[in-house]
Design a protein around this ligand. Structure first.
Ligand SMILES: Nc1ncnc2c1ncn2[C@@H]1O[C@H](COP(=O)(O)OP(=O)(O)OP(=O)(O)O)[C@@H](O)[C@H]1O
Ligand SMILES: [Mg+2]
Length: 242
């Protein structure tokens, strides 16, 4: 579903992604781990071309991601992305936030877009909030709206970059539960998260990045019990040490 072949990315002289080769089959849930600055966000952002790459190729469902143009907009809509900041439109209701892109970009009728949006809001557990504005919702609810908004574009792939990092602790689980249910339903997912419980329970695969390179590519069970590299052992000691 996602293929990266020989991907290299520079920020000026800084080599941010180093020869990334990666195949993610449909339905797989991948958790990206690694120290701050290792390139996790950059890798996510290249997958939907929010960042350009300097070398290599990226395919989504067998189609080469183009550099720019109409075809890029279409392929990008097949890749949903959810960040730490929810970026909802504050002047629009929850329902309108979710229907906007399907109507504008996919040309769906209001009737169809609203029907689908209400189904998605039900799926993420906030159907009762449809007519409210973002500021009237909790952070966890807003993040679930952001997930519903991405799903409204019927993506083939979902990317999550620390979706729970800005949330109060009691709201983290409600967002992780939505992500886990998406995973159960067969969504192909790449998740950057510090939630190690989620990584252990939901991920099929852990990729550990250090200095822009994939250092380990393994199962959660193996990664957490018996990491291969010193970098990974060091990382685990730090995050599990307190
Ligand atoms: N737009 C940019 N211009 C220059 N350097 C950048 C840019 N974006 C990222 N970098 C650099 O690339 C490296 C990787 O950054 P990235 O944000 O991908 O790391 P990360 O693994 O997501 O870190 P964190 O866990 O802190 O979010 C860092 O050294 C960062 O400073
Ligand atoms: Mg990051």
């Amino acid at each position: 579903m996602i293929r990266l072949a020989g991907v290299n990315k520079y920020f000026g002289d800084y080599h941010a992604l180093k020869d990334i080769n990666l195949d993610i089959p449909a339905g797989q849930v991948v958790v990206l781990l690694g120290p701050s600055g290792s390139g996790k966000s950059t890798l996510c952002r290249t997958i939907n071309r929010l960042e350009t790459i300097d070398e290599g190729e990226i395919y989504i469902d067998g189609v080469l991601l183009p550099e720019e143009g109409r075809q890029l907009a279409q392929l990008r809509s097949e890749v949903g992305m959810c960040f730490q900041q929810f970026n909802l439109f504050s002047h629009m209701t929850i329902l309108d936030n979710v229907t906007l892109a399907p109507m504008k970009v996919r040309g769906e009728s209001r009737r169809d877009a609203e029907k689908h949006a209400r189904e998605l809001l039900t799926r993420v557990g906030i159907e009762a909030q449809a007519d409210k504005y973002p500021a009237q919702l909790s952070g966890g609810q807003q993040q679930r709206v952001a997930i519903a908004r991405s799903l409204a574009m019927k993506p083939k792939v979902m990317l999550f970059d620390e979706p729970t990092s800005a949330l109060d602790p009691e709201m983290i689980n409600e967002v992780l539960d939505v992500m886990a249910s998406l995973a159960r339903d067969g969504m192909t997912m790449v998740c950057v998260t510090h939630e190690m419980g989620f990584a252990r329970k939901v991920a099929d695969r852990v990729l550990f990045l250090a200095d822009g390179a994939i250092v380990e590519d393994t199962t959660p069970a193996k990664f957490f019990s018996d990491p291969e590299s010193d970098r990974a052992r060091d990382f685990l000691a730090k995050i599990l040490g307190h």
